[in-house]
Each structure stands twice: as structure tokens, then as C-alpha cells.
Design a protein around this ligand. Structure first.
Ligand code: ADP
Length: 299
């Protein structure tokens, strides 16, 4: 099977959304694999090679110290965020990557606007930031549960279509600002089917090694499935931009989701003008002097 990085990059277009006007989540099959039919070992071999390439690019990003990369992961419960992040992280230099998980906000976070806590975790220049959940929770879970919005103590009336439209606008404006600062923003929605979620939740109940992952709220949230799908569709459509694309990643097959995410990161970094900084004339003199000094060192 000749699935190369180039091939994967070609199929990325199918799943990349930069303009949400005609977007329907239902058009994307969570079980899709773009016609690829890889055995586990084959997928692992390709992923290992791609992760190596990602590590090379990360090293360039770090050395050049101009751009940064932010990858946002959103999914329904059991959508595979943790496993995907683990694979992405498997080859990269931990010094250049920071993973941040956003859970239910605490008192200090609730005392600030919803973008405050994510702003504090943004990657510095040269760095990759990975968000496991993100500011999008504030237009997803918060939209499903009015008590979470009440906890934000907004002084103005906070409900209705207009309120959510304003949040989308704020998010889009925030991401435009990030892009203008030199941050590449990639947003991944790991798209699983309702039946695949059932299978994975059952596995959490059946497999003693997965029991710890099970939370009663998983079943409670599952009741809101259709509401979440509608909220995701709207949020994705309203915030998909060329400088902050969404990738709708079919995620029923974990191997495919992992390959697609890593390919999207590689593609984004390859589009940058990354190179190792060339030494200045003064630095070249220092290098020559250091070489001469070491050459005369007896040991
Ligand atoms: P995960 O499911 O990501 O592995 P947890 O099981 O700890 O991690 O779940 C984190 C929970 O925090 C999720 O239910 C999520 O919806 C919730 N959460 C995240 N951000 C917010 C927010 N801004 N407001 C309310 N709840 C949030």
C-alpha cells in the first residue's frame, strides 16, 4: 500500500474547512478512511515515519523561533483525543511542546472572561501548543447546560441566538489575532458516530484497565447527542477560516484519525518558511575561533 505523506496531504483537503457556509456535519462519515485500507502494522509504520518528520519540523520551528503552532482538539466523549495527542507527542521533543487540558473552570477562571484561561496557555514562539478541549467548550457544553453559563456571572442577558453569535465572533476575532501574531492555528474535531461511542463506553465498563476512564457524566452527556452535534456544526461553521481551519477528522477508525492529524500538522509546518537561522559574520568568527581553540586542546 503506497500511502505516502504526500498522498495523505492530498486527502486533507476533503476534511479541511475554511469557510463554513455550506457545512453539514452529516456529510462526513465518521467511519470514512478515504479509501485507505491499511492493516494495523502498515498504519503504524506510516505513522512512525510521519511522526519522525514532524519531529524534524518541530526542531526547525524551535530553532527559527518566529512561528508557533496551536492544535486544538475537540470531540464528543470517547472521541479519542487522549490517544491522538499521545501519538502526536510520541516523537517530538518535549521541550518544544506543551499540552493543556481544559476541564470545568474553577473559581479564578470563572472570575474572568472565557478566553482568559486559554490565553495563558498559548504557545510561545518556536513552540507547539496542544489544547485538549479549549475555548470551544464555552459554546458547546456551556450551551447545553444553562447552569454552567449562569456560573459565569455575566452582567448582561446571556441567552438566545444573538448571544452565541457574539461568542463565535469573539472566538473568530481572537483566532485572527493569534494568526497575525505568527501562530498557526489548527482545529481538529474528532468525529465519531453514536454507535462507536457506545462501543467505546462499553469497553470502559468491561475492561478493568479502562474502568478508570468511565465517568457517569459520559452517559448523561450522551443524552444530549443531537444537541451537541447541532452546537458543533454551528460553532465549526462560524469559526472556520483560512487562517484557522477546522479539520473534521473521521475518527471511528483510530489509525485513520492519527494519520490525518499528523499529516495536517506536517502540511501546516511545511508551508512555513522554516529554516535554521544562518550564523551572522560575527557568529562565524566566534565559531572559527572556538574550533581553533578546541583543535589545540590536548584532550
Ligand atoms: P476529558 O473528557 O477531556 O478526557 P474530563 O473527563 O476531565 O476530561 O472532562 C472534562 C470536563 O470539563 C468535560 O465534561 C468538559 O465538558 C468540561 N469542561 C471543559 N471546559 C468547560 C467549560 N468552559 N465550562 C464547563 N465545563 C467545561
Amino acid at each position: 500500500m503506497g500511502a505516502s505523506v504526500a498522498h495523505l496531504e492530498k486527502i486533507l483537503d476533503r476534511y479541511r474547512l475554511t469557510d463554513g457556509r455550506k457545512f453539514h456535519l452529516a456529510d462526513i462519515d465518521p467511519a470514512d478512511t478515504a479509501g485507505l485500507d491499511l492493516a494495523k502494522g502498515e498504519a503504524e509504520t506510516i505513522l512512525a515515519r510521519d511522526v519522525k518528520r514532524l519531529a524534524e519540523l518541530q526542531s526547525l520551528l524551535y530553532a527559527q523561533d518566529r512561528w508557533s503552532l496551536l492544535c486544538i482538539f475537540q470531540a464528543m466523549d470517547a472521541g479519542g483525543k487522549d490517544g491522538t495527542i499521545k501519538h502526536v507527542m510520541s516523537g517530538v521533543n518535549p521541550q518544544g511542546v506543551q499540552v493543556s487540558s481544559f476541564k470545568e473552570p474553577g473559581a479564578e477562571e470563572l472570575a474572568h472572561g472565557f478566553l482568559w484561561r486559554v490565553t495563558r496557555k498559548l504557545p510561545a514562539r518556536g513552540q507547539i501548543g496542544i489544547f485538549n478541549r479549549s475555548h470551544y467548550e464555552d459554546v458547546l457544553v456551556v450551551r447545553m447546560h444553562p447552569e454552567l453559563l449562569a456560573a459565569q456571572r455575566l452582567p448582561h442577558a446571556a441567552h438566545g441566538k444573538e448571544f452565541w453569535r457574539h461568542r463565535f465572533e469573539d472566538i473568530a476575532a481572537f483566532e485572527t489575532y493569534l494568526a497575525r501574531q505568527g501562530m498557526v492555528v489548527l482545529k481538529f474535531f474528532l468525529h465519531i458516530s453514536r454507535s462507536e461511542q457506545k462501543r467505546r463506553l462499553l469497553a470502559r465498563l468491561d475492561d478493568p484497565h479502562k474502568n478508570w476512564k468511565y465517568r457517569p457524566t459520559d452517559l448523561a452527556e450522551r443524552q444530549y447527542w443531537d444537541g451537541y452535534i447541532a452546537a458543533y456544526e454551528e460553532a465549526i461553521a462560524a469559526t472556520a477560516k483560512p487562517h484557522a481551519p477546522w479539520f473534521i477528522v473521521p475518527a471511528d477508525h483510530k489509525w485513520f484519525a492519527h494519520l490525518l492529524v499528523v499529516a495536517a500538522m506536517i502540511e501546516a509546518l511545511e508551508r512555513l518558511d522554516l529554516s535554521y537561522p544562518a550564523p551572522t559574520a560575527a557568529q562565524r568568527d566566534l565559531i572559527a575561533a572556538a574550533r581553533a581553540q578546541l583543535a589545540t586542546d590536548p584532550n
